[in-house]
Design a binder for this molecule. Structure first.
Ligand SMILES: Nc1ncnc2c1ncn2[C@@H]1O[C@H](COP(=O)(O)OP(=O)(O)OP(=O)(O)O)[C@@H](O)[C@H]1O
Ligand SMILES: [Mg+2]
Length: 363
């Protein structure tokens, strides 16, 4: 629904910032622009809502040339989230969120009511609505930025490195939140990042830009990781791309083996008490949730466990669970966190190799 047709942008006196960009972005999907600094991601994004005008070429939205729509109208029809949340410092959070609906003529009380609902949507407590942006954490400010972009319920959302200013844990949360939101909202989202991991997590499709504003590859994340189009993409995606790719490989075939368990009472005693020659046993609480391991010859001591693997997650998670476990056995749990059994690293690796051979045969 958004089409770039041979779009070039040349700022005064420079090399092209965007060079002959042709691509088509489908409705209701997340498209990520990724690439090193200065490769024209922001310029490309801003040409969609005419914050930047192309030097040549045409951009259409729903078949309509964007230059046929007044720039201010176009901008209001698209949510825009930028790197620094871009909130107005002297206005309350609620007023910030209500900005565009107010510009569109929505009465104040109605706009505020909708703004309060949007706080729920982006996972913020309503009491925060009265605060000023500087009284919020970085992650909270970014959520307000997303709420503000959603306020006029635009079909298109443009997001320029919205999560890059927050720490990795918060970023992870915001990414998951965006994916959850998108399930209900099904907006057409164009998302800019320089982080290939973020791109592959979020994107239905990923556009890798190379220096000089050239589109190097435009494909699904899996395809980009599996078959980079050229050396530039391969090096941008990085050396551990094989490992990242596992994040997309289903773990359906992994065998979950039974595991001996002992229950730890709230007082700390184990039932049954592991005897002298006992091997690795998984320690669980009364609900069957894993607490750690008791090792051979370790008596009643509790050895912390590794990462957990939820049924249905990727092979990457299964492998990580096995490799990070003190017993070498990855603990598989159900959606309630109760132990289902264990997976063996060797078996996960065999499946990974099998998946690789299937992929190769398909190429
Ligand atoms: N207003 C401007 N005037 C002149 N040159 C500009 C202007 N804006 C961007 N450029 C240049 O155009 C090129 C592309 O810039 P752009 O901001 O699109 O890159 P980017 O991929 O978003 O980079 P970053 O990851 O650093 O945000 C750069 O060389 C930049 O210096
Ligand atoms: Mg940029």
């Amino acid at each position: 629904m958004i089409e770039f047709q041979s779009v070039t942008k040349q700022y005064q006196g420079g090399q092209p910032a965007v060079d002959q960009l042709t691509m088509s972005i489908s409705k209701g999907s997340i498209t990520v622009f990724v690439g090193p600094s200065g490769c024209g991601k922001t310029t490309s994004l801003r040409m969609i809502n005419r914050m930047v005008e192309p030097t040549s070429g045409v951009i259409t939205v729903d078949g309509k040339d964007v230059t046929s729509v007044p720039a201010s109208e176009l901008r209001r029809s698209m949510g825009y989230v930028m790197q620094s949340s871009g909130l107005l410092p002297h206005r309350s959070v609620l007023d910030n969120i209500a900005t565009v609906p107010r510009l569109n003529g929505v009465p104040k009380s109605e706009a505020r009511k909708r703004a309060e609902e949007l706080l729920d949507v982006v996972g913020l407590a309503r009491v925060l609505g009265k605060r000023y942006p500087s009284q919020l954490s970085g992650g909270q400010q970014q959520r307000v930025g997303v709420a503000r972009a959603l306020a006029a319920d635009p079909p298109v959302l443009l997001m320029d490195e919205p999560f890059s200013a927050v720490d990795p844990v918060v970023r992870d949360e915001l990414q998951q939140e965006l994916l959850r939101l998108q399930k209900d909202l099904a907006k057409t989202i164009v998302f800019v990042t320089h982080d290939i991991d973020e791109a592959t997590v979020l994107g239905d499709k990923v556009a890798v830009f190379a220096t000089g504003g050239k589109l190097a590859q435009y494909a699904t994340p899996e395809e980009i990781l599996r078959a980079p189009a050229n050396d530039f993409v391969a090096s941008f995606v990085g050396r551990d791309r094989g490992f990242r790719h596992l994040g997309f490989t289903a773990s359906d075939g992994v065998t979950v083996h039974p595991v001996p368990t002992v229950v730890r009472s709230p007082g700390g005693s184990l039932d049954p008490e592991p005897g002298p020659g006992a091997g690795w046993q998984l320690v669980v609480d009364h609900a069957g949730r894993p607490l750690g391991w008791t090792g051979p010859g370790n008596g009643a001591g509790l050895i912390p466990g590794g990462s957990l693997f939820r049924a249905g997650e990727s092979l990457r998670r299964a492998l990580d669970a096995a490799l990070s476990s003190p017993s070498g056995l990855g603990v598989a749990v159900d959606s309630e966190g109760r132990v289902l059994g264990v997976v063996r690293g060797g078996e996960v690796l065999a499946l990974i190799e099998e998946a690789r051979q299937v992929r190769q045969a398909a190429l």
